[in-house]
Design a protein around this ligand. Structure first.
Ligand code: 5GP
Ligand code: ZN
Length: 109
């Protein structure tokens, strides 16, 4: 989809700080992090909501989110995926948030 921000990031038309890329999956840092190291893992296949994306395009996504959490040494974190405006989805291209939850003394760093 030409107008989709995340499709444009996949194409390299909008810059991003990439963490991981494969044929079907991309991970990059969130532009408005809720905590230091907040990232997004997305299927390259464009689908607005989870049920719009075929299973074979999603297989890697959770394991990449897990690998990011391991690589960041996280013990406390949220994996979050919103579907629809009422559920707080802002970008209509499926994405999984990996949100580190630092302890209070670490803060945003
Ligand atoms: P949602 O509320 O849809 O689950 O989350 C969308 C996320 O995408 C937000 O955390 C927001 O900061 C992030 N985001 C929106 N536009 C951009 C962008 O152009 N680049 C990056 N890296 N993240 C974005
Ligand atoms: Zn898209």
């Amino acid at each position: 989809m030409a107008a989709c921000i995340f499709c444009r990031i996949i194409k390299g038309e909008i810059p991003s700080l990439k963490i991981f890329e494969s044929e079907k999956t991309l991970a990059f840092l969130d532009i408005g992090p809720l905590s230091k190291g907040h990232s997004l893992v997305i299927p390259k296949y464009h689908g607005a909501k989870l049920h719009d994306v075929p299973d074979d395009q999603l297989h890697e996504v959770l394991s990449i989110a897990k690998r990011i959490a391991i690589a960041q040494g996280l013990q406390d974190y949220n994996i979050l995926q919103n579907n629809g405006k009422i559920a707080h989805q802002q970008v209509d291209h499926v994405h999984f948030h990996v949100i580190p939850k630092p302890n209070e003394t670490e803060g945003l760093g």
